[in-house]
Design a protein around this ligand. Sequence first.
Ligand code: ZN
Length: 243
Amino acid sequence: MAAATVVAGLAIAACAPVPLPPVPGPNKPISTTTSIPNERCPLGAPASPYFSFLAVEDGCPVRWNPCRPIPWWFNPTGAVRPLSEIHAAFEQVANASGLTFEYRGATTRRSREWFESWEGYGLVVDFAEIPGSVVGLGGIAWSMDGVQRGMVQLDPTMMTSPNPVEARRQWLDLTLHEIGHAVGLHHVDHRSERMYPMLTDPFHGTFGGGDLQGLRHVGREQGCAGPAAQTSDAPVLRRVVAE
Ligand SMILES: [Zn+2]
């Protein structure tokens, strides 16, 4: 996610829609297309101006297996916000999607390294400075068995509102956005949604209506994805990171 323009310490919204930022790496997101619901995903992957997916394969959004808890770890190194806020963001994603997240404790892993590794299942959240105006990254790495690893990276140097209540909402908006990527959502062009690619004032601290619809489409209502009893780590075939 890109930072909003900051004037006199106050973040203000950009006036014009921001073009979608380029996705690093060789794997570009697969464009979302209208699809006919099928047995792999009864809700399908409909095209909507209010939600979209990082990747669609065989007419279904690429997603985590909702029938398997998703472990996640937090790297406290350099963190400028309390773990409770990260929990609060995951709780919103869980409530909207039906996905189950299991906090496994602190880690020394960096989210990007975890994401780019070839083994392991789950999601790592950390704070690490990102060059330029980008203040957050979220991504998924997936195989034929669904998403295997996710990353959420938040930039601790982001300029925030001097008002602590506003600042909390601002961080929550950023965290929701990046976790949104880490469960398979992509950007939309509507500022009312948290998946808008710009952090905008006023801050909400909650998802928008389109975000909630998108989360349904990568969640439990789509049924299990991949073998629910899978315990080994299948080779990762693709990765996407978005700002
Ligand atoms: Zn983004």
